[in-house]
Design a protein around this ligand. Sequence first.
Ligand code: SF4
Length: 274
Amino acid sequence: MAFDYNFYLRENHLPHIWCPGCSHGIVAKGIIRAVHKMGWEKDDLVIVSGIGCASRLPGYVDANTLHTTHGRALAFALGIKIIKPYLKVIIVSGDGDALAIGGNHFLHACRRNIDINLIIFNNKVYGMTGGQTSPTTPFGSFTSTGPYGNVEHELDPVAVGVAAGATFVARTTAYHVMQMDKIFTQAFEHKGFSVVDVSCDCWTTYGRKNAMKNPVDMLDVYRKKCVKYEKYQELSDEEKKEHIPIGIFHRETRPEYVDELQLIKERAMKELKK
Ligand code: SF4
């Protein structure tokens, strides 16, 4: 799709702070393409973030943007959507921001089914602060706070999202750009809370410690290991250990939070008038 990315960017806020080779730019462009495909007006778009490398994205996009406190982006986003339901709300968050500091907000946003979109830039590490172990750091891998190997088992945002009640849950990667575009568009079209887990790379603080010396090595892992969710179901247990499922894992229709609040408001007003 050919169009002018600059229309959606605050050029006076560039250059960005991301390291050369970081895949955050790939994901950011995917979000912009999906916004463009949806035909959303910039004035109707809100992008909210917490803290971390991914959370710098709202600074670069020419829309209504909010850079909030660590882990609290969902709380701010819920408030915005409740007060102005006509706005299209996207949250960009890293794995630490969304699942550790913001883990509690994540669970409750999923079960409330509010019509906003959470995109998790899952680089498996706290990149901005020097590569500390995050909730999604793979077991046994090396980080600045786990120099002898991570002893914790990683949290799967997809499994947690489904279990907590999110009505659209998907995983894609910064390597699978065409699939990423489709999934973002489907998430934005979905009425309800959508979670898209995007596996991306932090080669500077994570890759180099884990035998992936450059950004290409990191993306190559996704090329080799990822299989479509449907195909993954057919693999043996042994084969599953070597692969990462990608695609849409869950999609359902359920009453949406702001619509339900509106009904409650109408019921309460009727009661008051009696
Ligand atoms: Fe990207 Fe990692 Fe650099 Fe952050 S520290 S900009 S996640 S490569």
